[in-house]
Design a protein around this ligand. Sequence first.
Ligand SMILES: NC(=O)c1ccc[n+]([C@@H]2O[C@H](COP(=O)([O-])OP(=O)(O)OC[C@H]3O[C@@H](n4cnc5c(N)ncnc54)[C@H](OP(=O)(O)O)[C@@H]3O)[C@@H](O)[C@H]2O)c1
Length: 279
Amino acid sequence: MKGKVVVITGATSGIGEVAARELAGMGARIVLVARDVGRGEAVLAQLRGINPGVEHSAHYADLSLLSEMKKVSSEIAAAQPRIDVLINNAGALFGFRQVTDDQWERTFATNHMAYFVLTLGLRERLIGARARIVNTASSAHKGRSIDFDDLQSAKSYSPFDVYGRSKLCNILFTRALAKRLAGTGVTANCLHPGFVATRFGGQSGGIMQRVVELAKSLAAISEEDGARTIIYLASSPDMALASGEYFYKCKVETPTSEALNDADAERLWQISARITGLN
Ligand SMILES: NC(=O)c1ccc[n+]([C@@H]2O[C@H](COP(=O)([O-])OP(=O)(O)OC[C@H]3O[C@@H](n4cnc5c(N)ncnc54)[C@H](OP(=O)(O)O)[C@@H]3O)[C@@H](O)[C@H]2O)c1
């Protein structure tokens, strides 16, 4: 990874933070996308401690806001002539339905739209480097299907369902993306990290927060173990060609039939393109 440029979201905490540290340790130059300056600078300081000669950097954006997703991807595209790895990893669970200032349901915006906008906004930089795109999805997609008539969960909101659907979107997006990138040398894969003891769900509010905290105390794996598949997809020579796949524990897994539905993947792409004005 020496000399490679890795753009990563959600690296101020949890599995993203571990992945950023490990990839920096392999020699990569890390470009963080974070929303909180204090947390971003704290991670940058750690990264600089790992390899002081490398110019790690951070860009700041609230990835639940379309305007900020677009702004930060333009900033990064202007600052980085080439990007070798893009890791879309920032994500959250919200205990109650929330609507962003630009009027999108917050889970869909943060967990799906930000992946779409960052990837398309950085596409030329990724193609130039024959890059790898790594999308953090989840086994929470299981048992979920997309309701195209209610993508914004306005009719009904159940936190785990809405979260699970957003993670289903991550897999469908990865498949549609891999198809579009075929022949460019860029690969796109997604993964389930396992159930990991991170800050995830800790700010979701209400009963959800207590359920997640209890489950984590009983059954979760460490952040280091949770980050392994991200690091593998980003850096392993074995992963130079794989594309469009869903991984768990560094191995290809078959997701649900809903996640393999290419008609839904295409429909989601077209809707996302319309919402964001990118294609
Ligand atoms: N933990 C699990 O068991 C588990 C299981 C399956 C999948 N996942 C997925 O793994 C990914 C990483 O989660 P984690 O478990 O490492 O959780 P985490 O510790 O809560 O980390 C989430 C990261 O996303 C960032 N983030 C959240 N909302 C953001 C926004 N609006 N703008 C910019 N950054 C934002 C957070 O920034 P701040 O530091 O500012 O909060 C943090 O860096 C997520 O996509 C999640 O869905 C997690």
